[in-house]
Design a binder for this molecule. Structure first.
Ligand code: FAD
Length: 117
């Protein structure tokens, strides 16, 4: 099957941007409920990802490396690691996860201190 590689890559870039931005905004000290919400979200995200082949691969990565949801740092580090697993599978260069810093900025500094549910 031929598919459309350009559309698949475009979807991937947009999705990764969103995915890492979610992690960058996850609470530093999440409640049990917030941790469970992120864990559920990640598994459902993997099930529902529109590219079926990608979803299948990603679910395999998830089974091998379960989501880390204990803190923002853990979640962001885990997401960077799992994206690097996909990068490796696709023979793309590894991203330096120590450089995550402010790379994923949601542009929503005004609610920096607002509670996230
Ligand atoms: P992308 O991998 O899309 O990355 C976008 C940008 O994110 C990079 O330019 C860089 O600035 C940054 N970045 C790179 N690595 C990291 C990291 N580790 N942590 C944080 N930021 C980083 N494509 C397939 O062909 N087959 C698949 O099976 C497949 N599975 C996928 C599964 C998921 C869940 C997703 C979201 C995408 C998948 N893709 C798959 C698409 C693929 O990962 C890329 O998005 C696509 O090939 C475009 O690649 P890119 O080189 O533009 O960079």
């Amino acid at each position: 099957k031929l598919g459309n590689a350009t559309a698949k890559a475009e979807l991937g870039r947009a999705t990764w941007k969103y995915f890492h931005t979610v992690m960058a905004r996850f609470p530093e000290k999440p409640t049990e409920d917030q941790q469970e919400a992120l864990r559920s979200y990640i598994f459902l995200f993997a099930r529902l990802y529109p590219c079926g082949e990608c979803a299948e691969h990603f679910q395999q990565h998830l089974n091998k490396y379960p989501p880390q949801v204990s803190s923002r740092k853990a979640a962001a580090g885990w997401a960077c690691f799992i994206h690097n697993e996909v990068n490796a599978m696709l023979e793309k260069p590894e991203f330096d996860c120590t450089n995550l810093g402010a790379f994923y900025d949601c542009g929503c500094a005004e609610d920096e201190n607002a509670e996230k549910g």
